[in-house]
Design a protein around this ligand. Structure first.
Ligand code: SF4
Length: 283
């Protein structure tokens, strides 16, 4: 006669075992299956309930501990524990002279984030389009790179930087003493904490309405005559305080620059944005 023992497993189930080698096919059994006694059933149920209580208690403790590690509270630094590093794809970062728009001529640290699906035919940074082609760099390292230079103006550009959540990057830059400027097509929702938003709308993917009241600067690239009308369409939707710039598309500069000059003389609310950096040969 086979010896049958009953054990209670960790999940509370009763498990019977035998010192007899059981046949692999149930039809080969020569003895009826063991039916648990009433005592064993009660013991199993009580044990299962006890283990369920233990799981519930430790599960809650573990969840809370995990949340405390990964979800910093308001009075904690947003990035400090290193438990979950926040990183962004960076195509390039460099210290130079801002060549365009309202802040033209100022020393600035440019951070060019990878990723753009706007698809401007005349884009001069097509290498930025594929975010996956650029290394993911932690926000701490990006800010550390900026801090190596004396200027405290950071310009986040792309690509289309608002394809990414810029909250952590701008928070850390501000904590380090930087003014945060962005150059964006406005095709994605605004994230981040900005001192200056330069909206440069593109016909290939129009801006979202939410950025219009936030724009400090509207910069429209003029490629052909019809772009003046496009520029006016957006100028009518930004705030009265928003600075308005027209900028020749670089490859069409010889053709459109005279048109822009005349247009600004007739419409003095606009200012001329020259790509100064291309004339003084800096990035
Ligand atoms: Fe290039 Fe900027 Fe247009 Fe994107 S939005 S395609 S990066 S010019």
């Amino acid at each position: 006669m086979a010896k049958v023992t009953t054990e209670v497993t960790e999940d509370g189930a009763c498990q019977s075992s035998s010192d007899e080698v059981l046949p692999t096919n149930a039809s080969d059994r020569t003895e009826p299956a063991k039916v648990p006694t009433e005592e064993e059933r009660i013991l199993g149920a009580l044990t299962k309930a006890w283990f369920a209580g233990i799981d519930l208690f430790f599960g809650r403790v573990n969840s809370r501990t995990l949340l405390n590690k990964t979800m910093p509270s308001d009075n904690m630094p947003s990035i400090s524990t290193g438990v979950r590093a926040i990183s962004l794809p960076v195509m390039e970062a460099f210290y130079t002279i801002q060549g365009e728009g309202y802040h033209q001529g100022r020393a600035a640290y440019f951070i060019r984030l990878g990723g753009c699906d706007v698809g401007c035919v005349w884009c001069d940074v097509k290498g930025s389009w594929d975010a996956g082609a650029h290394p993911e760099i932690s926000v701490e390292d990006i800010v550390a790179g900026a801090l190596r230079h004396p200027g405290r103006l950071a310009v986040i550009t792309g690509g289309e930087p608002l394809m990414h959540d810029c909250t952590a990057l701008t928070n850390q830059l501000k904590k380090a003493g930087f003014s945060t400027n962005i150059e964006t097509s406005g095709a994605y929702p605004v994230s981040g904490s900005w001192d200056w938003i330069c909206l440069s709308p593109k016909k290939f993917k129009a801006p979202l309405p939410g950025i219009l009241p936030l724009a400090n600067e509207l910069k429209v690239v003029i490629y052909n005559k019809s772009d003046f009308q496009w520029a006016e369409q957006w100028a009518a939707q930004v705030t009265p305080q928003c600075r308005l710039f027209l900028q020749p598309e670089w490859s069409r500069s010889a053709t459109v620059t005279p048109l822009i000059i005349e247009y600004i003389k007739d419409n003095p609310k606009w200012e001329f944005s020259l790509q100064l950096h291309k004339y003084i040969n800096v990035p």
